[in-house]
Ligand binder design. Sequence first.
Ligand SMILES: NC(=O)c1ccc[n+]([C@@H]2O[C@H](COP(=O)([O-])OP(=O)(O)OC[C@H]3O[C@@H](n4cnc5c(N)ncnc54)[C@H](OP(=O)(O)O)[C@@H]3O)[C@@H](O)[C@H]2O)c1
Length: 308
Amino acid sequence: MNIDGRPPVTVIGLGAMGKALAGAFLDNGHPTTVWNRTAGKGGELAERGATEAATAAGAIAASPLVVVCVLDDAAVRDILSAPAASEALAGRTLVNLTNGTPRQARELARWVSAQGADYLDGGIMAVPPMIGRPGSLVLCSGSPRAFAAHERTLSATGTVSYLGEDAGRAALYDIALLSAMYGMFGGFLQAVALAGSEKVPATEFTPMVVSWLNAMITGLPNMAKAYDTNDHSATVSNLEMQATGFVNLLETGRDQGIGTELLEPMGALLHRGVAAGRGGDGLSALIDLLRTDPAKGSDAGSNDLGSE
Ligand SMILES: NC(=O)c1ccc[n+]([C@@H]2O[C@H](COP(=O)([O-])OP(=O)(O)OC[C@H]3O[C@@H](n4cnc5c(N)ncnc54)[C@H](OP(=O)(O)O)[C@@H]3O)[C@@H](O)[C@H]2O)c1
């Protein structure tokens, strides 16, 4: 479907995510140019109306808005550092939806700006089949001018949340959200392995895990408030009790022949909290400990929002 007047967009990178992004732009009527390092991945998109560029530089030159979504920051640099590609960037907006760190985003923003282009960094909080559908969230930060100019086009991919001018901010949120996600997935893997050690089928056990995690998730806003107000005292589950109980998680894992490497760091942190005199506080007090480096011998600092 081509809708007259929809601005053109280029998508660089046709892995699972790049293909989904390009497909969403096509679905919304944007003339879409695609390029991928390894040829032969754009066929299905071409059948739907996309133009396959022969080179990255040609793809960049084809549209005022260039979206890049490849494996990692090194791949982005590989592509953009080729002289023809960097020369083609001038006057365009580069939106980098490749997963990366805040530092990488800020460095790339400076480099892209030096090429005479605008830069937006983004984090995709969705898996490819969700792109362009309700539930797809794309975090975005960087040039306000670029965001104002391209917000409508970018919203073909999902809900776009602009987090301000600092190009590193979207990556910070992205990595923080992924950290929460991997904590949850790690817990699930451990739980299924443990139940499975006595032949409990995962499919039978998982509904109970889901409902337990949903119940526990309701406590997060209170923990956030405790952290922001630096008052961790209002708790019905103090750290000393939790550190004592956590030993049973490790011991059961060992008894059942299940690896405990996912759990050990949490156990160590709980005990460090108690050793730091925070045994009467709630779990949120451990956030303070994560802000310190035990190797440097520093004790549990306190949350001081705005001091950095
Ligand atoms: N898939 C997801 O669920 C998901 C969700 C959120 C965010 N993301 C992020 O989206 C990005 C892309 O993920 P994906 O799922 O599309 O990965 P993928 O399917 O593994 O595809 C990787 C892409 O990167 C390209 N690439 C790798 N190294 C390159 C290099 N040195 N030069 C040029 N191109 C290079 C590959 O090109 P070739 O075809 O030539 O190898 C391919 O197009 C990643 O940063 C990922 O973290 C993915």
